[in-house]
Ligand binder design. Structure first.
Ligand code: BG6
Length: 481
């Protein structure tokens, strides 16, 4: 009744948070390269952390340094990948989820031919994983697209992005044929929460932001469906998944008004997976567009493409849960993964305000499996925390072990209840730059990286206590948790 024998235990990262080398070997600037680390912004002030305007982009482009643009330096995995993969092998990883930087393959997104150096890098990277018995799980788009496409087209607001993304993906499939698992867009639902990071939409260039976001999402659905088709044609044994930010929301009380409020939040959270897994929009979403006078350009041909090319499995991130009420005035609000919402008074929270809800993972797994009846994969789950390095170099991160232990126990119960779960990749096995705050001090790894928020440090890797703990979990295939 435990995990399947070929369960994909591993870890997950994104190119823009680990690679660094932002201007090496022909790479173009991406939207992540203009994301600023703002030392004075309250880490809980989510909006201020992610807001990017035309003005801040211009400032960033004029500044070539990496000090306050940490995603440009990452943790230098571009040069240190062999060392990192050796550590993942020691952990016993069966899988490693990473993303391909579009800007390494097509620096501005519109070149006629791809950048060979970018292709060569990922070939070497994938070979290293395979040589170490680690299955690559590749995300095609993880909060990183050519900045040039954001500036020229306002990103995914424009349908021309579809063909450009298909072209990029085709190069990936043709060159990395030995990759079986592909994810199209990371946390695709997040377009409506941080439209620049997810879709290259510059808010001050947009008249009706919400309408533009839904249009961009639709364009990504079409691109995702076309790419799913292409993957199946070029790599017949490939498995393509969508990727959702699972933001499970409970009603604040049993009052029907609160139940309705939470239902609506969950509907809006799940609808992108509905489109990608079921091949159609929920009628409730189409009616929402109508009621709000959102005029989304979707053709019959596009809807057919979406219907004909659904994903093979559903992947998702899960960190925390929220609550909702009919009247939000009385709710204490808190930050979560790319979101601000009602804080559950029954749960503790991390230093960043994200509630810790292990049972919410079981609830999410069972809800998603019942809803889609397709295999699931947890491709992100973890805890950002400040770690203390002792004088002898050791790092006692028992809080992280506890977080994982509780979540994995609930995950196991969901599997025992009948959920078909393909794998689990923790976020993140190695410390990296935070997506939302661009901090280094918000650490997730089993492996510590010596670097501070402003880029000082040796970048040396060392093992935290959680390293041996996760190693044992994998060695026993989750038998001993
Ligand atoms: C997810 C993203 O939203 O959560 C990751 O897919 C991100 O890129 C992770 O790093 C954790 O969020 P943060 O903001 O703490 O880095």
């Amino acid at each position: 009744m435990g995990f399947r024998k070929d369960f994909l235990w591993g870890g997950a990262v994104a190119a823009n948070q680990v690679e660094g080398a932002y201007d090496v070997d022909g790479k173009g600037l991406s939207v992540a390269d203009v994301a600023t680390y703002k030392p004075n912004v309250d880490v809980k002030d989510y909006k201020k952390n992610v807001f990017v305007s035309s003005e801040t982009i211009a400032e960033a482009m004029a500044d070539k340094s990496t000090k306050y643009y940490p995603k440009r330096r990452g943790i230098d995995q571009y040069h240190r990948y062999k060392e990192d993969i050796a550590l993942f092998k020691e952990l016993g990883f069966k899988a490693y989820r990473f993303s391909i930087a579009w800007t390494r393959i097509f620096p501005n997104g519109e070149e006629e031919t791809p950048n060979q150096k970018g292709i060569d890098f990922y070939k070497k990277f994938i070979k290293e994983l395979k040589d170490n018995g680690i299955e690559p799980i590749v995300t095609l788009s993880h909060y990183e697209m050519p900045l040039a496409l954001a500036l020229k087209y306002n990103g995914w607001a424009d349908k021309r992005l579809i063909d450009l993304f298909v072209k990029f993906s085709k190069v990936c499939f043709e060159n990395f044929r030995n990759v079986k698992y592909w994810l199209t867009f990371n946390e695709i639902d997040s377009v409506t929460r941080h439209p620049f990071t997810s879709a290259g939409i510059i808010e001050d260039k947009t008249e009706n932001l919400e309408e533009t976001e839904y249009q961009a999402l639709h364009n990504q659905f079409v691109a995702s469906a076309l790419v799913t088709k292409l993957a199946h044609e070029i790599i017949p044994e490939s498995q393509v998944g969508c990727m959702l930010t699972k933001l499970t929301t409970y009603p604040a009380t049993a009052k029907p008004g609160d139940v309705l409020a939470s239902m609506n939040k969950n509907l809006m959270n799940n609808y992108p997976a509905d489109v990608q897994a079921n091949g159609a929009y929920s009628p409730l979403i189409l009616s929402y567009f109508k009621k709000n006078n959102f005029n989304i350009d979707m053709t019959d041909e596009e809807l057919k493409t979406i219907a004909d090319n659904t994903v093979d499995f559903i992947s998702f991130s899960y960190y925390m849960s929220l609550i909702a009420a009919e009247d939000e005035d009385g709710l204490e609000m808190t930050t979560g993964n790319t979101v601000v919402g009602g804080k559950n008074p029954y749960l503790k929270a991390t230093d960043w305000g994200w509630t810790v809800d292990p049972m919410g993972l079981r609830i999410s797994l069972e809800e998603l499996y019942d809803r889609y009846k397709k295999p699931l994969m947890i491709v992100e789950n973890g805890m950002g925390a400040k770690d203390v390095v002792e004088e002898d170099g050791s790092i006692h991160d028992d809080y992280r072990i506890e977080y994982f232990k509780q979540h994995l126990r609930e995950m196991k119960k969901a599997v025992e209840d009948g959920v078909d779960l393909l794998g689990y990749t923790s976020w993140a096995p190695i410390d990296l730059i935070s997506a939302s705050t661009s901090q280094m001090s918000k650490r997730y790894g089993f492996i510590y990286v010596d670097q501070d928020d402003e880029g000082n440090g040796t970048l040396n890797r060392s093992k935290k206590d959680s390293f041996a703990w996760y190693q044992h979990v994998i060695a026993t295939n989750g038998e001993e948790l």
